[in-house]
Ligand binder design. Sequence first.
Ligand code: FE
Length: 168
Amino acid sequence: MRKAHASTRATEVREVSKPDEQWRQELTPLQYSVLRHAHTERPFTGEYVHNHQDGSYRCAGCGSKLFSSDAKFDSGTGWPSFDEPAVAEAVELRADNSLFMRRTEVVCRRCGGHLGHVFNDGPTSTGQRYCINSCSLAFAPAAAEGEQDAGEAEQHSGEAEQAGPARG
Ligand code: FE
């Protein structure tokens, strides 16, 4: 049997889903406004804009692995930029026609958090430029990756360590 409408927003039910108030408490105010309300951090203010360390960038909301340092390049825009996701299924793309622009929004598939936008003007062979808010990301240096591969993002500054998101 065929479904009448193959929804482009199939994943409204997220693997990681929390009440808005809980997100507000767990995230910093900036992370909350970006991840949960699709705001954009000011360019050149994020801590990862000029980060050149090896490692991976995880979702600051849920810890899902999103981008690798191998894919990072200096776009000059003031936001961390990547030419592809680390795991294609980890991100979800959807049309964003807000602010009188036609853009493609990039969202964390696991928690629905807003990450940034993707553009087709990338300088590498993928042709893509994932323009991602620093504060939506939690960087895990390559050396520490093995130890903390459980998926938690230790990004909630000012908070004591939190249990990682439950899996399954
Ligand atoms: Fe997430």
